[in-house]
Design a protein around this ligand. Structure first.
Ligand code: ZN
Length: 237
């Protein structure tokens, strides 16, 4: 082990960690795009539900209007029959029917007014939902595109870093590179770590005096007895 080898291995690790991070980010992009599309679909579903509510309220009002119309026709019919009443009782009976029908019309008209008020509210809600749908879709589309561009950047950075890494790796002793790669494959994180306050910079366990001695002597590569990471003295680099 010498300083140049250590520095090269540290440089290699930096590139490898960049590659791992870029790969992770690239793998997460389809999911992020899917989530953006789903959130826009959520706004679309909300707008559809608001439209449905408006349609139902309009149908209800229409139904009430038909009922009012029918009751009015009934009143006209009763009035005609009343004119032809032969007895006072018959006349009074029609009068009662007419009054009942009149009350019913009044109640129906109250309900209609209530529903019309609700329709106004629902229409306002629908307008908001449609606006939200429009902005959500536009935003999702834009962010999906941004992620697409980011993916292209990731790919080119990845290729560049890989090429630089290839050059570096040829300059390092193959035996240590192999051990380093096995460790990296397992940890998917930094495996060449500094000694800090007599502890491993990876697992933070207190190192034995022998390990510390070996690491400081710089005669050979030293490993953490707990996590197996390669150790270096940060004062050396
Ligand atoms: Zn350790």
């Amino acid at each position: 082990m010498n300083i140049t080898q250590l520095q090269s291995l540290l440089e290699l690790q930096k590139k490898d960690l960049t590659l791992i991070q870029l790969k992770k980010e690239a793998q997460g992009i389809p999911d992020r795009q899917q989530k953006l599309r789903e959130s826009a679909q959520g706004a679309t579903r909300q707008a559809e539900a608001a439209k449905q509510q408006v349609r139902e309220c309009e149908a209800k009002i229409k139904g009430i209007e038909v009922e009012v119309e029918t009751a009015r026709e009934q009143v006209t019919k009763y009035k005609n029959q009343q004119m032809q009443a032969r007895t006072n009782e018959e006349y009074k009976a029609f009068e009662k029917e007419i009054a009942t029908a009149g009350e019913k019309i009044g109640e129906l008209e109250d309900r209609e007014l209530e529903e019309m008020g609700r329709l106004d509210e629902l229409k306002t809600l629908l307008a908001h939902s449609l606006e939200l749908q429009k902005t959500s879709e536009a935003k999702a589309e834009e962010e999906v595109k941004d992620l697409e561009s980011r993916l292209l950047i990731i790919r080119s950075t990845f290729e560049e870093t890989k090429a630089e890494r290839g050059e570096l790796i040829s300059q390092i002793d193959s035996e240590i590179v192999e051990r380093y790669l096995v460790l990296l494959g397992k940890k998917q994180d930094a495996v060449l770590v500094p000694i800090r306050q007599q502890s491993c910079g990876g697992c933070h366990m207190k190192l034995t005096p022998q390990t510390l001695h070996d690491a400081h002597s710089q005669q050979k590569w030293t490993y953490c007895g707990f996590c197996g990471r390669l150790l270096y003295d940060p004062g050396e680099v």
